[in-house]
Design a protein around this ligand. Structure first.
Ligand code: MG
Length: 279
């Protein structure tokens, strides 16, 4: 298994009464979930979702893509059942964005997955790339060319998401598989960061602060300094070269060029997890 260092930070912010974000950082799974729903329902939803992934991480067995897809379905069912039990009428649900080291056809690969507008970015050789695509109204408007990305940042509907775990009958996650690269850094974050801090400023912090815990704390501080209108949660994962074996030493000196991320078709549909997403 590849080695990772990670750091996390989360804060309620300056406006919201409580923190409805949840996070998991436990090899081999990292997740940020941004809950929604009144009367603490959002916090319950995001914690239920994270719990499904924690159960997998705690087994110590490297998961498959199918296991992650099943965990998303299971989180969806548990949150929907909890909403019924609590008679929550307004949408009780959560976004999720995750990074999991999975076994796929004898290969060790990163699986990136998301539902909603929490994001995963990748830092590689000084360039920050947003890997996930928001499931949001403004993202759809940007894609059709109706508005620019800059206009999306201030659009009145910018917080309306088009997919959520616990609310949709079958929330369709997006999946990407990619080989781990020593030297790469991942950022998983709720929109409390990306609503407040521009990508360029996020890049500056990620590129200049080698310690992932310090970098995570700095990013949360930046979001709060910019207004802290929402809960903000940050997980940073650094891929480091394994410390043993001649091959791994060579890899560390000569990191391979980044390999294009492969997009997986969402599994979708009832019982879709049995089929599982495939390359
Ligand atoms: Mg949020």
């Amino acid at each position: 298994m590849i080695s990772t260092n990670w750091g996390v930070a989360t804060d309620t912010g300056l406006v919201r009464p409580d923190n409805q974000d949840s996070l998991l950082a436990q090899m081999p799974i990292f997740v940020v979930a941004d809950g929604m729903g009144g009367h603490a329902a959002g916090a319950v939803a995001s914690r239920l979702a994270v719990g499904e992934f924690q159960a997998i991480a705690s087994t110590g067995v490297q998961p498959t893509v199918e296991a992650i897809a099943r965990a998303i379905d299971s989180a969806n069912e548990r949150i929907a059942a909890e909403a019924l039990a609590r008679s929550v009428s307004e949408g009780m649900g959560t976004t999720i964005v995750g990074l999991a080291l999975v076994t796929d056809r004898d290969q060790e690969l990163w699986l990136v997955f998301n539902v909603g507008d929490s994001r995963l970015y990748r830092l590689w050789e000084g360039t920050l790339t947003q890997v996930t695509i928001d499931h949001s109204e403004v993202q759809e408007l940007v894609e059709t060319g109706a508005i620019t990305a800059e206009a999306a940042r201030v659009h009145p509907n910018r917080n309306i998401i088009t997919r959520a775990v616990g609310i949709d009958r079958h929330p369709a996650p997006d999946f990407w598989l990619r080989p781990p690269e020593p030297g790469e850094r991942f950022l998983l974050t709720s929109d409390g960061l990306t609503e407040e801090v521009l990508d360029n400023d996020i890049l500056c912090t990620l590129d200049n602060e080698p310690d992932p815990s310090v970098a995570a704390t700095r990013l949360v501080e930046q979001a709060i300094a910019a207004g802290g209108h929402d809960n903000v949660t940050v997980v940073i994962v650094d891929v480091v070269a394994p410390s043993e074996g001649p091959d791994t030493v060579d890899t560390a000196r000569n990191p391979r060029a980044p390999i294009a991320t492969e997009f997986l078709e969402p599994s979708g549909g009832p019982g879709g997890t049995d089929k599982g997403p495939r390359l």
